[in-house]
Every structure is written in structure tokens, then in C-alpha cells.
Design a protein around this ligand. Sequence first.
Ligand SMILES: [Zn+2]
Length: 220
Amino acid sequence: MRLDEPRATRLRELSTRFLHEKTITPLGGLALDDAQRVQLAALCCLPLLEFGAGGLRGWSQLIVYPDAFRVNRSHVDSAGVLHEWEDELIGEAWDQGPLILSWADVQADLDEPDAGYCVAVHEMAHKLDALDGELDGTPPLPTAWLRDWAGDFQREYDAFCQRVDRGRAVAIDPYAAESPEEFFAVASEYHFSSPQRLRQALPSVATHLQRLYGASPLDG
Ligand SMILES: [Zn+2]
């Protein structure tokens, strides 16, 4: 990963602020030394290089599990029946709540930085998305940009979902078809870890993300 000197300095400043403002809580017998905490902070701050420290607003805790973790889900359907199940996750970001990461998956992303995955960036994209009070695939943006963003994202999201529904090959993780917010979060991972593939698959989305995040460290 390459960052020019001004961006490397900004990342250090953001990471310092992150470590000052957030409590990092390792669970399940995991222990994290100072260098590992700095590494986590830097990964989480990567999507904030252009957006700035305002992207850290609204939450205070980073929880880190040793590996993928299970969460209990429940849902009452329209007939009033309670459904309960378990999900296995590698990351999660609650609105206003903690950001949660699997340490093993963070390390796997670092071992293969150009594979198209980066769980820390994915969850931070959800945090940026939630800043305007709505998790809908759109972070807070100036009005004119927001209009262009909404139109371009909708068009490429619809076309992407259609390809997935028809069982046709897609160049990026089909999980992006889950919802507009997952589409934004997954595309953000590709911006940082496989920008060329993102440009080929979703050219307009790639252009907006380049503006939001700055040049991909892999394009340097
Ligand atoms: Zn997600």
C-alpha cells in the first residue's frame, strides 16, 4: 500500500485521534499490543483521509473478536411468529453502537491486500453511511454531489442486482446485491483493495468513491 507523504501524515493524525477517542476491547482471550492497536486504527481511518475526523463521530467502541463471531438474531413476522437464528459474522457496525471486527479476518485482508476484501473499510463505510441518520448507502455529501451520487448508484445497483438475479457472472462480490448499504460498503472494499476491478464493474460508483476516499492506495 502506498500513500504520499501528506496522506501518510493525515493517516497518522487520524489514527492518533482514533486511539484517543475510541476504546478498543479485545474479547474471547484475544490480546492486542500497541502496534496491533495502531494497525487497527490506521485501517479504520483509511476511508477518512479526505472526509476527515468528522467521520469518527457517533460511536466510541471497537470490539475485536479473535475470529468470526456468532450473533443471535430474532424477527417477529407479520403473523406474529417469533423467528430466531444465529448469524456468523466477520464484522458488524451498529448504528450509534460499537464497530465489531474479527481479528483473523483483518489479518487475512492484510495478507492479501489486493484480493478485494477489507472488513475494516466495509464496517467504516457503514459508519459513514449512518452519519446522516439513515443507513441507505449514501454518506453525508454536498447537495449537488448527493444528487449525482444517488442517480449513479441507483443505476449501477439495479443493473448489478439484475445480473446477480439472472445468475450471470459478476466481477465483484454478489453480497453487494443484498441492499444499497451493502452495495456501498462492498464497493468501498474494492476501492481500497482492487480498484481496477471496481472501475471495470461499476465505473460511475468507482468515480464517486475516488472523490470520497481519494486515490486508492493501490493505484499509487
Ligand atoms: Zn455490511
